[in-house]
Ligand binder design. Sequence first.
Ligand code: AMP
Length: 249
Amino acid sequence: MKVLVPVKRVLDYNVKARVKADGTGVDLANVKMSMNPFDEIAVEEAIRLKEAGSAEEIVIVSVGPSQSQETIRTALAMGADRGILVQADGTVEPLAVAKILKAIVEAEAPGLVIMGKQAIDDDCNQTGQMLAALLGWSQGTFLKELQIKGEEAEVTREIDGGLETLSIALPAVVTADLRLNQPRYASLPNIMKAKKKPIETKTADDYGVDLTPRLEVVETREPAKRQAGVMVGSPAELVEKLKNEAGVL
Ligand code: AMP
């Protein structure tokens, strides 16, 4: 089985996002960018399937600027086999990404697409669901566990207040949640090997997809500043403040 893993280049999760002066979005100039953390988990899961003999080939796809090649290389260094970069500058909304991925799925015929549950830049949590709908495939979202059992996948999902286990027919689209696995670090020899792995470069036009945004960002704001804390002199004073000032007791 071939496994397709879409990965997005996003603002590194350790970097504090700063809003552009004109409020049109987050300032990405000269800041560290990395693979979306949920996508690292998706790549790791694909590699584990390959190591277990359930997958033969892992293909990485990224839609984004030319630097997204580095993100694909990171996945290749972890253990994926080859990459496809769909070069696109500017905003690419989840529906456009899903349409591009659909065309790639039709060309590559994977048995499984493993993606992140959401990209931490826009927090959309839409692309996997949209791709499954466009393909008419089964979907398993927010995975905590994945097992391939012949023509089916058994997926354990993170749901409100617990876990849910479902059996879904393959081919399928599944999305990774935080507890699915702990992604590996690429070793130096694997980083060197990844430099020789092939990455094909395409454009949205190659797949007949129009990238014109359908959404308009009206405003982007910094979160409200946190109020300064207050030192209390005794437990009694704390209780008094919680009762009479905060009103939480
Ligand atoms: P989102 O729906 O934007 O929260 O993204 C969910 C998942 O879709 C991500 O974790 C990625 O696996 C995939 N994805 C979203 N945008 C892209 C992109 N530009 N290139 C490749 N994969 C993407």
